[in-house]
Design a protein around this ligand. Structure first.
Ligand code: PLP
Length: 387
């Protein structure tokens, strides 16, 4: 088997050695419960508090505004349900058509529980128009939930502008910032959001740890009953090693983000330019500039992504369709539907998400393998009649 070329960093990343080092004592001898009063408990409590302060420094907030959760999905559920319900049993929510399912399905669930949900469309390059947010506001709007950067096509939303609209209307603004960490600024006062969610495994912390920022004074209904951990907002014994890990990983990712962006965008642009040169019919999805530096998302005509991904995998290259859609027999992803990717292209959509360990050699290898693979599959494809 050839060397693994991992181009699926938007799905997950490996734990960085410095993150693992910081975690190890809390997976070993420092196993106390932060709620215990003895010295082992106090050491664990101190580690959690130090981690909270580390995260707060990165986000430019107070440590009391940082809540640790079990993942991005939990942070998002807690924010959307907890903020919407804090102002009464029903009301109106605004969200976008390209949110991650963690946010979209949560908003839909609130819809089943009596809330009115406005799902805003996006432009053909995947951007929410802030005027649409303004026009959707109602007297009973409880929450605006718009993601910062999209997980499939990498587009970056005008979040600060949307947050300003919310603030002027006195409506809470939450943002799923899971894909933004490590690439975009996360200062909560520059962004102006009331709440944001992060997930450790997207920036070299382990899977199964999330962060929720909640602006002081913002009412939130807890979604789990139990102990009084996390200011009474998220019950459950703290996952001390993972909390330490996520704080160290976030600090590292945000400190390195400019060089990371430069590194990824150079290689991503090389990939896209060469790909379009070799296969001129390649359709690039998402805004060309307003997108994450590491995201390349493109579609090929009349071919299924699954075949391409299997062919790449056989040559050691890990990529993704960027969505749950892996076969023409399934619906295309809601994101690709929302931006209107033409039917003859939509099933042949591939996401390659680069990372800090991606090299020019990796990209050159992909460029050697992918174009002939696509051409061969196009000739054989049952979708050929879509061409
Ligand atoms: N939101 C976005 C934009 C994501 O990309 C993901 C993960 O794929 C999530 C939320 C969910 O995060 P987690 O896997 O930590 O539950």
């Amino acid at each position: 088997m050839s060397e693994t070329i991992y181009l699926d960093h938007a799905a997950t990343t490996g734990v960085h050695p410095s993150v693992l080092d910081a975690m190890l004592p809390y997976l070993g001898p420092e196993y106390g419960n932060p709620s215990s009063t003895h010295h082992l408990g106090r050491a664990a409590r101190q580690a959690v508090q130090d981690s909270r302060e580390r995260v707060a420094r990165v986000l430019g907030c107070q440590s009391s505004e940082v809540i640790f959760t079990s993942c991005g999905t939990e942070s998002i559920n807690l924010a959307i349900k907890g903020l919407a319900k804090a102002q009464g049993g029903t009301g109106h929510l605004i969200t976008s058509a390209i949110e991650h399912h963690a946010a979209l399905h949560t908003a839909e669930q609130l819809g089943h529980e009596g809330f009115d949900v406005t799902v805003l469309p996006v432009s053909s390059d995947g951007i929410v128009d802030p005027d649409d947010v303004r026009n959707a506001l109602r007297g009973d709007t409880r929450l605006i939930s718009v993601m910062y950067a999209n997980n499939e096509i990498g587009t970056i939303q005008p979040l600060a502008e949307i947050a300003r609209i919310g603030r002027e209307a006195g409506v809470s603004v939450f943002s799923d910032c899971v894909q933004a960490a490590g690439s975009l600024p996360l200062d909560v006062n520059l962004l102006g959001v009331d709440s944001l969610a992060l997930s450790g495994h997207k920036f070299h912390a382990p899977k199964g740890i999330g962060i929720l920022y909640l602006r002081a004074g913002t009412q939130l209904v807890p979604q789990m009953q139990g102990g009084s951990q996390e200011n009474g907002l998220r019950a459950g014994t703290e996952n001390v090693p993972y909390i330490v890990g996520v704080s160290v990983a976030l600090e590292r990712a945000q400190a390195n983000r400019l060089s990371y962006n430069e590194h990824c965008s150079r290689l991503r642009d090389l990939l896209l330019e060469e790909l379009c040169r070799q296969l001129p019919e390649t359709h690039i999805n998402g805004h060309r500039q307003l997108r994450l530096a590491n995201n390349a998302h493109f579609s090929f005509r009349g071919v299924e992504a699954q075949g391409i991904l299997m062919g790449l995998d056989m040559r050691g290259i890990c990529a993704s369709s960027g969505s749950a859609c892996v076969s023409a027999s399934l619906e295309p992803s809601h994101v690709l539907t929302a931006i209107g990717v033409p039917p003859e292209y939509v099933y042949g959509s591939i996401r390659m998400s680069l990372g800090e360990s991606t090299t020019e050699q990796h990209v050159r290898r992909v460029l050697e393998v992918l174009p002939p693979l696509v051409t061969r599959l196009q000739a054989l494809s049952p979708l050929a009649d879509l061409q």
